[in-house]
Design a protein around this ligand. Structure first.
Ligand SMILES: Nc1nc2c(c(=O)[nH]1)N[C@H]1C(S)=C(S)[C@@H](COP(=O)(O)OP(=O)(O)OC[C@H]3O[C@@H](n4cnc5c(N)ncnc54)[C@H](O)[C@@H]3O)O[C@H]1N2
Ligand code: MOO
Length: 391
């Protein structure tokens, strides 16, 4: 059995960034912008008023009078020039008229017909210089676009963005015991549950997921369903990865030409994970136990999808917290314990659930972290610092 780190390295070597496509800005949130965006104009494109008031020149004192010669609004520039003793009525966002170098806010002014008189000395210039936000040619580096990035791109006058194509994931559940939610199971059957979390996880990461029909436990049927996965960017099977007589994934994929990158990892849950290349496409054979498949998705599938999207090759992000309760010594496999986070005096505290069976979906649903126990980690007391993966 290889270590989790070695397995991840081999899994990430199976994938590479996909090609780019262009999407409208309104569709770009959450997508990976794969080339720098270059501003097509300055922002603001002109020196603009930051306040409603009067544009004028100089450093006037209380009591000074100015003749009004026109008006400047947002989207309506004043085309003349402001001379000494003159002022232009101006509103927030309007271009500063030529000749003016300050905006006096209207609260500090008394209007007297076609003139104004300052009631107080000016409180600053109240001008946003041209290009104070960005200049034409400034760029935004490649990134996964967040809502806040979109306004910036729009202001740069960018209507379409190059993004990495969504990876297509073909998801194949296997097993005679499985029926879909809503169907009527026989007494010896259960409901296929793993696919729903796996689909949601992959979609949240930016993938498109094709849920293929459940493959029954025959070599012929598994082969047929795997053939239906042609065209996907990655094939993910669930179950049938272990050593039982009906665990057919390794055998059938092997006969179909799987070039195995690894099989079996020193991790818990998730030991019988399979990875490799099937007909030129990456394949991940997840263990069937629900928690095992989902933990393996966090640790392997999501990092692989991130590489396909153009993000750096990296493990699932780790954070640190203090143990709220002691944990026993760990065995020879890295253990990813389902755990609950809390905050005490502003510091994160983590407690592993007492039950860690890899079939327990309730604990998984309650968990917000995987407490990371390295192989051979000794027993740990409350208060010790540990690493965890947020869920
Ligand atoms: N003799 C050994 N037996 C087992 C070993 C071992 O090393 N030696 N490993 C155990 C470990 S660890 C795991 S994990 C499981 C994984 O087995 P498989 O990948 O072959 O999974 P299945 O046998 O098909 O299913 C296991 C379990 O999960 C249920 N299942 C499967 N698919 C789904 C699904 N889509 N939704 C919900 N539940 C699913 C299935 O009914 C079984 O209960 O092997 C151990 N055995
Ligand atoms: O490794 Mo298995 O995934 O413990 O249940």
């Amino acid at each position: 059995m290889i270590s989790v780190e070695e397995a991840l390295e081999r899994a990430l070597a199976l994938v590479s960034p996909l090609e780019a496509e262009t999407v409208a800005l309104a569709e770009a949130c959450g997508r990976f912008m794969c080339a720098p965006a270059v501003a097509r104009r300055d922002q603001p494109p002109f020196a603009a008023s930051a306040m409603d008031g009067y544009a004028l020149a100089g450093d006037p004192a209380a009591g000074d009078r100015f003749t009004l010669i026109g008006e400047a609004g947002a989207g309506h520039a004043f085309t003349g020039r402001v001379g000494p003793g003159e002022a232009v009525r101006i509103f927030t966002g309007a271009p500063l008229p030529a000749g003016a170098d300050r905006v006096v806010i209207q609260e500090n002014v008394e209007a007297e017909g076609a003139a104004i008189r300052l009631t107080e000395a000016s409180d600053g210039r109240n001008i946003r210089p041209a290009g104070q936000d960005f200049r034409a040619g400034d760029s935004l580096s490649p990134r996964r676009l967040r809502p806040n990035d979109l306004a910036l791109l729009a202001a740069m006058n960018i209507a379409e963005v190059p993004v990495t194509r969504r990876p297509v994931v073909a998801l194949v559940a296997t097993g005679d015991e499985l029926v879909m939610p809503g169907e009527t199971p026989r007494d010896d059957q259960i409901i296929a549950s793993n696919s729903f979390t796996l689909k949601a996880l992959a979609e949240a990461e930016g993938a498109e997921v094709r849920l293929l029909p459940i493959a029954r436990d025959t070599e012929a049927e598994l082969r047929t369903v795997l053939e239906m996965a042609a065209g996907a960017d990655i094939v993910v099977t669930i179950g049938g990865a272990s050593v039982g007589d009906h665990d057919l994934v390794g055998k059938v994929a092997g006969e179909m030409g799987l070039e195995q990158a690894f099989y079996k990892i020193a991790m818990r849950p998730g030991k019988p994970l399979i990875a490799g290349r099937l007909n030129g496409r990456p394949m991940l054979g997840l263990p069937g136990n629900p928690v095992s498949s989902i933990v393996c998705a966090h640790l392997f599938l999501l990092p692989m999808l991130r590489v396909m999207l153009g993000l750096p090759a990296a493990p699932a992000p780790h954070r640190r917290a203090r143990l709220a309760e002691p944990v026993p010594a760990n065995g020879p496999r890295a253990h990813y314990m389902r755990a609950k986070l809390a905050e005490t005096d502003g510091l994160p505290q983590i407690a592993a659930f007492p039950r860690q069976d890899s079939a327990l979906l309730r604990e998984l649903s309650e968990a917000d972290a995987l407490l990371l126990r390295p192989p051979g980690d000794p027993a740990r007391e409350s208060g010790e610092m540990v690493r965890y993966i947020p869920l």
